[in-house]
Design a protein around this ligand. Structure first.
Ligand code: PMP
Length: 355
């Protein structure tokens, strides 16, 4: 593969060793003589993959033996926007609105019951995280988005409520240590820090289920998926396997604590550069900056073309900002190396001499 510095916001870069093992498994999965694409999701080989992935997904977050169950389901994080209220909403849920993805989750929850927006950063174009949230009103659950992929903001602490906590961690799960066990339902589309697109991970404390009187269709029912050991229907075999390879890689790196140290270095290097150069501005409030998605823009439009050109020359790809925010966004998921960030920093510094 060409040596491209890929800062894609998702689907994300994965480690080279994961690409190699996944490729090999397409040709011959663990010397079975069969491709991973053509084995049954009920074969003993795939059940072993699924079970290891389910258990490692909990282990890496310190959630084993704490009442959580791991599910690998299809439908992306967007499906969970709907599945969550289906399973947990009785009358009223609380949502923190920190951007497009929270807003989409809110929209779906409103189909099932009343939504109380307990905090919001909409007033300043979602460029910050509302602070000191301690919600006292009775709620069936409270939902927040730990990392806002589009704006580059991230929660540093866990908001509080007198209700089960639900968190969309699509773009920062496995990137840092966090009080994961204070959250009752964690979900993530896999395609940021877990694996390829096409599967989502849901980590759920089983005790929070079973309180709604609603009839839940099987595909929407977490309990049904739990009862069927995450195999209610055909699993995305290849995506789950690739997730497992990536989770194994993370364990080999020393787990979440070790990768967090690297992630901190990468983010610090890029933010320092942004702060030092007077022609670049960060988009997010400094204290709420995401270590996964770094958003920035130039003070003058005409610099965009120069930057784009320098990026192409340096083999830097996928740094365009989300269409709703504009500017640029470099996503620093686990597999992005410090060396790639150094190349990007170098390009930003080169801009001094050409503008
Ligand atoms: N939540 C967050 C925080 C996201 O970044 C995304 C995708 N970018 C989603 C939800 C939606 O995920 P999916 O495309 O898997 O439905």
């Amino acid at each position: 593969m060409k040596n491209i510095h890929n800062f894609c916001a998702g689907p994300c870069l994965l480690p080279q060793s994961v690409y190699e093992q996944a490729s090999q498994a397409i040709l011959d999965f663990e010397q079975t003589g069969m491709s991973i694409l053509s084995i049954s999701h009920r074969s003993k080989e795939f059940i072993a993959v699924l079970e290891e992935a389910r258990s490692l997904s909990l282990e890496l977050l310190g959630l084993q033996h704490k009442g959580y169950v791991a599910l690998f389901l299809q439908g992306g994080a967007s499906m969970e926007f709907l599945r969550i209220p289906y399973n947990l909403m009785q009358q009223k849920a609380g949502y923190i609105n920190t951007g497009t993805w929270s807003a989409k989750a809110i929209e779906q929850a409103q189909l099932m019951g009343e939504v109380s927006i307990v905090a919001s950063s909409e007033d300043r174009a979602y460029t910050y995280i509302p602070k000191e949230i301690h919600v006292k009103e009775p709620l069936d659950y409270m939902h927040f988005t730990s990392n806002n992929t589009i704006y580059g903001t991230q929660f540093n602490s866990i908001p509080k409520a007198n209700a089960p906590l639900v968190c969309d961690m699509s773009s920062d799960i496995y990137s840092r240590e966090f009080a994961y066990d204070q959250i009752d339902l964690i979900y993530a589309g896999a395609q940021k820090n877990i694996g390829p697109a096409g599967v989502s991970l849901i980590l759920i404390k089983e005790e929070i289920l079973g309180n709604t009187q609603r009839v839940i269709p099987h595909m929407m029912d977490y309990q049904e998926h739990i009862n069927k050991d995450s195999l209610y229907h055909t699993a995305n075999v290849f995506a789950v396997y690739t997730c497992l390879l990536n989770l194994r890689w993370l364990k080999q790196q020393g787990g979440v604590a070790a990768i967090e140290r690297v992630n901190n270095q990468k983010a610090a290097l890029l933010y320092q550069t942004i702060d030092q150069l007077d022609f670049v501005q960060g988009v997010a409030a400094v204290e709420d900056r995401s270590k996964m998605n770094v958003t920035f823009r130039f003070t003058e439009e005409r610099m965009n073309g120069v930057f784009d050109q320098l990026c192409t020359e340096a083999h830097i790809a996928n740094v365009q900002g989300h269409r709703s925010v504009g500017g640029y966004r470099a996503s620093l998921y686990n597999a992005v190396t410090l060396d790639s960030v150094a190349v990007l920093v170098n390009v930003l510094e080169q801009m001094k001499t050409v503008i």
